[in-house]
Design a protein around this ligand. Structure first.
Ligand SMILES: [Zn+2]
Length: 387
């Protein structure tokens, strides 16, 4: 604050600013007509005198004004207010200061003092750039380079801090990291990688046209990155047990990632009883050929399931759907997945997921990418990234 006072005095001494006691409405009219007010002609000495008086005067009686250009096409340059009197005590400094800088003065002085070289900001401030540059020049600061661009919105996502704060307060959102939001904390917790966010932002371009993008635009970048990075596992939503008659006993090995054999395999002891997802179970139709992924082919007849063959080729020629599965006899892990709409999906995952660490992202086959948020004794809690 003391620095602002120093800057104000410097401007007054050098004739770049003056103390104006015109009524607000009167000055507004002058500004509209492009005419100077009488206060503008005070000498520096008189201005400094009024400056001390202003420090004690009541709110609204004086303002500090920049000596700008009253006829400028850019109306922000028409002798704008730099500082005004505010009598209400400040929450932190209480009554210590009564004269406060406005937005333009604050921006120009702070950036000048801090040596800010570049500022990136949204385009609604574009008109003020010339004014802030002028203030910096008058005060002997280097001008900050300004880049203005339009904001972009993501369809259906709340991005106003004020509204988000209210929704959190009213418990409509879990917090700043609510999975429906695009805050950095929310994206991080769901499993969006920094590179994907960077690529997404770069792909939108820096323009002055407002645009609305969709989640899919962002997801496409993240999926490309996660696809090779994340290992695959089986997760069975609402498990249903089925028995496949005559199925042979097998040791099934499935790669953690189909393209990277070096990452190792998951091993299953498969017999004739399996868990499948309720959704798949409901869609089984009589006489159709189905395949348990990398395991065997079977058919359904009435309420029973029958082993058909092992070869993928046979399925490929006649099959209807490949589904993921887990052997019923083996250990499984309880899993809960928090979806972006805050609903929770529960089910079981293969035993191997016990080895992954909090923060790791995996791909559950035919379900989607999920980030392990928390390991509890009885279950693993994931956040859904995207499919
Ligand atoms: Zn005046």
């Amino acid at each position: 604050m003391d620095k602002f006072y120093e800057c104000a005095e410097k401007l007054l001494k050098e004739g770049h600013a003056y103390i104006c006691s015109c009524r607000q409405e009167d000055f507004k009219e002058l500004r509209f007509q492009g005419k100077e007010c009488q206060c503008r002609y005070h000498l520096a000495e008189k201005n400094l005198e009024l400056w001390s008086e202003m420090a004690k005067a009541k709110e609204g009686s004086y303002v500090l004004r920049l000596k700008g250009h009253m006829q400028s096409q850019n109306t922000t340059l028409r002798d704008p207010t730099l500082m005004r009197i505010i009598e209400q005590p400040h929450p932190r400094t209480k009554k210590k200061y009564r004269l406060w800088p406005n937005y333009d003065f604050e921006n120009a002085v702070m950036d000048g003092m801090e040596g800010i070289t570049h500022r990136l900001r949204s385009k609604e401030f574009e008109l003020r750039a010339e004014l802030q540059g002028l203030i910096q020049t008058m005060l002997g600061f280097k001008q900050t380079h300004l880049y203005h661009f339009a904001r972009f919105n993501l369809e259906g996502v709340e991005s106003s801090g004020r509204i988000i704060r209210d929704l959190i307060k009213n418990k409509k959102l879990l917090g700043w990291d609510d999975p429906s939001l695009t805050t950095i904390v929310a994206l991080k917790r769901r499993g969006f990688t920094p590179d994907a966010i960077k690529e997404f932002v770069l792909s939108t371009g820096i323009t002055k046209t407002e645009s609305t993008l969709t989640w899919d635009d962002l997801i496409a970048h993240n999926r490309r990155i996660l696809d090779s990075k994340c290992n695959r596992y089986f997760f069975i939503e609402k498990p249903k047990a089925i028995k496949v008659e005559n199925a042979p006993e097998q040791n099934v090995e499935i790669k953690l990632h189909p393209e990277f054999a070096e990452r190792g395999v998951r091993k299953f002891k498969a017999k004739d009883e399996y868990y499948v997802a309720e959704k798949d179970f409901k869609e089984f139709k009589d006489e159709k050929l189905y395949r348990l992924m990398d395991c065997l082919n079977f058919t359904k007849k009435k309420h029973s399931f029958f082993f058909d063959s092992l070869e993928y080729e046979k399925y490929k020629a006649h099959g209807d759907k490949i589904i993921h599965w887990l052997p019923k006899e083996e250990d499984t892990t309880n899993v809960e997945i928090l979806m972006p709409d805050k609903k929770t999906i529960s089910g079981i995952a293969e035993h191997g997921v016990k080895d992954i660490k909090e923060g790791d992202i995996v791909q559950f086959a035919r379900f989607g990418f999920c980030r392990l948020d928390k390991k509890e004794k009885a279950k693993l809690l994931f956040w859904f990234t995207h499919d």
